[in-house]
Ligand binder design. Structure first.
Ligand SMILES: Nc1ncnc2c1ncn2[C@@H]1O[C@H](COP(=O)(O)OP(=O)(O)OP(=O)(O)O)[C@@H](O)[C@H]1O
Ligand SMILES: [Mg+2]
Length: 262
């Protein structure tokens, strides 16, 4: 008998991609938002589910924090941002965005189940799910119930030595979820003065993704415009950020094609 419950299918959603990390603050929400925006800029139908219930950041990142989601008591309706990305986050249902969610693990996990099963997503080419860090109840429930096409691991170069990233990878494999690869964040920084790319780590040429035996999907430099933007509105981002995001999205599509050929 398997300990893995039946995954809940939604035939209207073609592909579900999870964005996870070992540690917090490594850039998951930014990667999830940039992936969603790059796909949406190609005319694809995209949803973004903020599975970080105690630390939701997607509404701010996509510039929709002043909007409110709707519910008819049975279903949840996502809010669309200016690129047409359908967003669902607990913060779209709170009166105030600084109101804390004081729930224990099982309730948090139930909320994720509802966000997936009871939301009127409509037809989507991609649903991107932005997770809290680590392998908490929420992440576990999501991996058990949502049929992921694949997950993307976000890591900074310091993380490669840690076993926390390995835990996420091992959990994915135990729950039969394909790992598409690693997005490495902030190995380099783009100097705000001269524009040259400066290496922040002296750890040789082999990247951490290779060390973990996973494909490197993208290496995103630290950029001042990303650090300072209150919201990552696609129309306001630089062409350099568009290029990074588009390259990352292309690699994710290629990786998806290799794990589940069309
Ligand atoms: N490449 C980058 N250049 C500049 N700033 C960045 C970059 N990556 C992330 N940041 C900034 O670092 C902060 C943390 O990023 P983000 O919120 O995406 O991390 P996270 O992994 O989702 O964090 P948490 O674990 O708390 O959910 C944000 O303010 C973000 O704008
Ligand atoms: Mg986040």
């Amino acid at each position: 008998m398997s300990f893995i419950p039946e995954k809940k299918q939604n035939p209207a959603v073609k592909r579900v991609i999870g964005v996870v990390s070992g540690k917090g603050g490594v850039g998951k929400s930014m990667v999830a938002s940039l992936l969603a925006e790059s796909f949406a800029s190609r005319g694809l139908k995209v949803g973004l589910l903020d599975a970080d219930i105690t630390g939701p950041s997607i509404p701010r990142m996509l510039g929709i924090d002043s909007f409110r989601g709707e519910s008819d008591g049975e279903h949840l309706f996502p809010v669309e941002n200016e690129e047409g990305i359908k967003v669902l986050s607990i913060n779209l249902f709170n009166e105030r965005e600084d109101e804390p969610v004081i729930w224990r693990g099982p309730l948090l996990a139930k909320a994720i189940d509802q966000f997936w099963s009871d939301t009127v997503w409509g037809d989507l080419d991609y649903l991107i799910i932005d997770f809290p860090p680590g392998t908490s109840d929420v992440v576990l429930t999501a991996f058990q119930t949502i049929p992921f096409s694949g997950i993307v691991i976000v890591a900074t170069p310091q993380d490669y030595v840690s076993m926390i990233v390995r835990k996420s990878i091992n959990m994915a494999s135990m729950l039969k979820t394909p790992v598409l690869g690693v997005v490495e964040n902030m190995r380099t920084m783009v100097c705000p003065h001269c524009g040259s790319e400066v290496a922040l780590f002296d750890d040789g040429t082999q990247n951490g993704a290779q060390r973990m035996g996973l494909p490197l999907l993208a290496s995103l430099p630290w950029r001042k415009d990303l650090a300072q933007s209150r919201a990552l509105r696609w129309s306001a981002l630089s062409s350099a950020v568009h290029k990074d995001a588009d390259t990352m999205a292309n690699e994710v599509e290629l990786a998806l094609a290799s794990v589940s050929p069309a």
